[in-house]
Ligand binder design. Structure first.
Ligand SMILES: [Zn+2]
Ligand SMILES: [Zn+2]
Length: 268
């Protein structure tokens, strides 16, 4: 809590997930956290990848963002513990934006990371979890809700999916105080019945490789133009909750592999 006399931000206490809530002029402005030796400033609903040497520089950056009008557009999970549950249902309409903007991965916005996020979220659905924030990478705590009992908290994706290529979920490690393990299969079967092979959504998600390829090339184009806003907008097709998310993840992965193979073929 040092160095706060001449500054406009206040760094809150470290949350269990390692994030520090930050207020600027007494209003929530986002969080700062350390990852791989660098510090990052996060404003939910906005994307930035800048790295800082320490938490104070990162917090100072939130002051700059707040001055340009960039403030959290969805509740900061770390600071409020009330992630917007209502925006999680696969609703469409005026607030459909929120169903995927809060799922923008907490990673560099690349096609590869978006495809990984779609795969992780599809698998999460199979295992009976709802993500409450964007995919943070395999070895970072990820805020999610247990669909078997309603528990909310942070889990490591690498633990849930199994390690070293072992894709077997770890039911015993699900989380403390979940329903009895023997009830998992019937509950998961009920959830499985919600999933579909075709996308029934009003906003159509890619279900064929061809569609996935055009989605990805559009995004690749936005990224290479440095257009973060357009990238985020087109990420909807990949990140928005969809009952056919398993198939979507598969076609996105295939499209990504097609593209990589085509690229290799054009190189001398
Ligand atoms: Zn549970
Ligand atoms: Zn869909």
């Amino acid at each position: 809590m040092e160095e706060q006399n001449a500054v406009r931000y206040v760094l809150g206490k470290r949350e269990e997930d390692g994030r520090y809530p930050v207020t600027v002029d007494d209003s929530p402005a986002g969080t700062v956290h350390r990852r791989h030796g660098s510090w990052y400033a996060t404003v939910p609903g906005h994307r930035n990848d800048r790295r800082f040497n320490d938490r104070f520089q990162a917090a100072e950056f939130l002051v700059t963002l707040a001055d340009t009008g960039i403030r959290p557009t969805v509740p900061t999970p770390g600071s409020t513990h009330t992630p917007a549950r209502s925006v999680l249902s696969p609703l469409v309409g005026r607030h459909a934006d929120l169903t995927y903007r809060h799922l923008i991965p907490d990673l560099r916005l690349t096609v590869s990371n978006l495809v990984k996020a779609s795969e992780a979220m599809a698998r999460l659905a199979q295992l009976g979890w709802t993500p409450l924030e964007g995919y943070p990478g395999a070895d970072q705590p990820w805020l999610m809700a247990c669909r078997l009992c309603g528990w909310k908290g942070r889990r490591f994706w690498s633990h849930l999916r199994g390690r070293n290529g072992d894709k077997t979920p770890r039911p015993a490690n699900r989380h403390p105080h979940c329903i009895p393990t023997k009830e998992f299969p019937s509950k998961l079967a009920t959830l499985a019945a919600e999933r579909t092979r075709e996308c029934p959504c009003e906003f159509k998600h890619p279900m064929e490789i061809r569609e996935a390829m055009s989605t990805l090339s559009l995004i690749r184009c936005c990224i290479s133009n440095g257009d973060t806003a357009a990238t985020t907008m087109h990420a909807r097709a990949i990140l928005e909750p969809c009952p056919a998310s398993t198939r979507r993840a598969i076609v996105l992965r295939m499209a990504e592999e097609h593209w990589a193979a085509a690229l290799r073929a054009t190189r001398p």
